[in-house]
Design a protein around this ligand. Sequence first.
Ligand code: ATP
Length: 219
Amino acid sequence: MLTMENVNLSIKRIPILRDINLEIETGTTVGLIGRNGAGKTTVMRAIMGVLPVDSGSIRFDHQDLHRTPAHHRAELGVGYLPEDRRLVPHFTVEDNIMVSLWATGNADRARLKWVYELMPEIGRFAERRAMTLSGGQQKLVALARALVAGSNLLLLDEPFEGVAPALAQRLMEVIADLRSEHLSVLISESDYSHSEKVVDKVYAIERGQMSQMPAKAAA
Ligand code: ATP
């Protein structure tokens, strides 16, 4: 379970997150909805530990993430799909997927096999270089990379942004399939049009302040 408690975070002395409280129970999928600039990416970067908090705590399975050194944090099994895909253009698809595990020294082929089973279309272009793929295919590869690393917690930053309807549908199917995997998932979206179908609960964020909403009322 992930908990953020009274988290305040500033960037260049400008307060960005104010008293953020969030809870993701193990095995549930949680939405984070807010307009551009509301603070969604900052919440995810705080959880990843790439941005230091001013005060408050972020705990994952009772470990304080900000007291966990970066190289141990990777071993906690947190996968991140950034808003921009950030694939390495000259690497093959498979190397792009595995790169997140090389960093931990834990190149688990079983996990890769599981991802290919979950998304068989990826296996079909595994040997191609990332730069030869369409934007939609690259999005799937970025999700696969997050899944390989995220054995416990998955952070998906605006996964549906700018994707064609058929791909959005496919992404939703994959996310729904994760329910049986006991993963904790956080999905951000600016308008709550897709994640509504896959989340167990939803938080709204506005100017760095967060409130929990009944899932249907947020639509
Ligand atoms: P978007 O979809 O536009 O990325 P978001 O909800 O993810 O929106 P954040 O990227 O978290 O929003 O940004 C929250 C606020 O923090 C914005 O006002 C943004 O301008 C500011 N911000 C984020 N990073 C920086 C930075 N490095 N320097 C200055 N301000 C920043």
